[in-house]
Design a binder for this molecule. Structure first.
Ligand code: CTP
Length: 431
């Protein structure tokens, strides 16, 4: 069921003006080079849903890299080619009202198979857009819009993507989709959560069948990490994880993951929301908080193994493990009496992600103390500096730290509000 719909007007209305112009340019270049050129992927889905779209993906029936290089010359971009994959990224900076906006455009050569090997690249050139779309994950992501000037804006819908967007359905294109790429099961849940769509009965059955057939043993590698992170980025991570469990995918991620995690994720979610309402100036990545909640009850070697299996980047792995260890340790050493100074000393050396973790697993009295720290104590520090102490005639040495600690202690109890008061205090302190 091919449609003859033209969406050029929608594109003009919903894409940034600069991008729209570039697409027109790409269309006339396509004519010149004799290639078929298409806008594909999530941006068409977003366009039909009248939503802004973050990324621009283009597929070329022809030499994608050559096309990218020509286009980049015209629009003054910078090309980063990936010869192995026949793809290229164009980076552009556009100045508008004194502001520099950065865009990137991904350009690929039309492919027939998901896992086409680099050696097979020449075959690629004969491949068509329809075959390229057929190897994609879901019908809603398998739409394309032709950019060639002659047909600019023509919507290509070979697999019922428009209907599924209208019916709010996530549907695979063929029965082997999850065999081809098991991470698509996680994507199905993510799109379902993000867009408010239902996974079709048939597609659901295919996921369950794949679980039964142990297809998901192959569920590992960097794609798994990326998809898991994207899933946890969606607004309600406990729902997403609940749905992984419904399909039997949670146990596949790790055999000791179970329903108990939902409650902990709910707590984590409430904590994260509370933070957003109350204190948060500092940036942190909430998906990492949720990932750590998944890991929290594992033994330490199991955490390492899990992060390794999903191919979390080395620096992320190190940071997450460090956060867990520091949070556990800080909770064990949490001052029992309500001493602001002690609380301050404990928490001021920790990063915000660690403190949020502590908040999730803390007891009530500890939670109160952490809140006070974040809302009040955190910003407090002596106004005097080392050079001020020097001017007061105090010899530099370990005594400086003592003095600053004493000033801090006073300030943490609401005293010494000005620099003068601090100076007075230091003068008395020496005696
Ligand atoms: N794709 C796929 N199988 C995957 C990953 C991606 O078939 N495991 C295809 C999809 O058709 C998708 C395209 O590659 O449209 C680009 O992937 P990605 O950028 O992850 O998805 P978007 O649809 O652009 O989603 P989002 O809006 O979340 O970026």
């Amino acid at each position: 069921e091919e449609s003859k719909k033209n969406v050029a007007n929608l594109m003009k209305e919903f894409l940034p003006e600069e991008i729209y112009k570039i697409l027109l340019t790409a269309g006339s270049l396509a004519e010149e080079m004799g290639y078929g050129v298409y806008l594909v992927g999530g941006s068409i889905r977003d366009l039909l849903m009248r939503k802004p779209s973050p990324d621009i993906d283009i597929v070329v029936e022809g030499d994608g890299i050559a096309f990218a290089q020509e286009l980049s010359k015209i629009i003054n971009g910078k090309v980063i080619p990936h010869r192995r994959f026949g793809t290229a990224k164009i980076l552009i900076e556009i100045e508008k009202n004194g502001e520099v906006k950065r865009f990137s455009i991904d350009i690929a050569t039309a492919r027939t198979e998901y896992y086409e090997s680099p050696a097979a690249l020449p075959k690629v050139e004969t491949s068509s857009i329809k075959k390229d779309l057929y190897r994609r994950d879901f019908t809603i992501n398998a739409l394309a819009v032709k950019l060639n000037t002659k047909d600019f804006g023509l919507l290509l819908d070979f697999f019922g993507g428009q209907r599924d967007i209208k019916d709010k359905k996530i549907r695979v294109l063929h029965n082997l989709s999850f065999v081809e790429d098991p991470t698509r099961a996680i994507r199905a849940i993510r799109f379902s959560e993000k867009l408010g769509f239902k996974i079709s009965k048939h597609t659901e059955n295919l996921i369950k069948l794949a679980v039964k057939m142990s297809i998901f043993e192959k569920l590992k590698g960097p794609r798994l990490y990326e998809e898991l992170i994207l899933l946890l980025k969606e607004t309600l991570p406990h729902y997403s994880v609940k749905r992984l469990a419904d399909y039997g995918l949670l146990k596949i991620l790790h055999p000791s993951f179970d329903e108990k995690l939902f409650n902990e994720l709910v707590k984590a979610h409430e904590t994260v929301q509370g933070m957003e309402l109350l204190f948060l100036k500092e940036k942190y990545r909430k998906e990492f908080i949720y990932l750590v909640v998944l890991l929290w009850n594992l033994k330490s070697h199991e955490r390492e193994e899990f992060l390794k299996r999903i191919c979390a980047p080395e620096n992320v792995k190190k940071q997450l493990i460090e956060n867990i260890t520091s949070a556990e340790k800080a909770l064990q050493n949490f001052p029992s009496e309500e001493s602001f100074l002690e609380v301050y000393k404990l928490l001021s050396s920790l990063n915000i992600e660690t403190i949020i973790l502590m908040m999730i697993y803390a007891e009530e009295q500890q939670k109160r103390a952490i809140s006070i720290y974040l809302t009040k104590l955190k910003e407090i520090k002596p106004l005097l500096r080392g050079e001020d102490l020097k001017k007061l005639g105090i010899q530099p040495g370990p005594v400086y730290k003592k003095i600053f600690d004493e000033i801090l202690k006073e300030k943490l109890q609401g005293r010494l509000l000005s620099k003068e008061e601090e100076i007075e205090f230091v003068k008395k302190f020496g005696k």
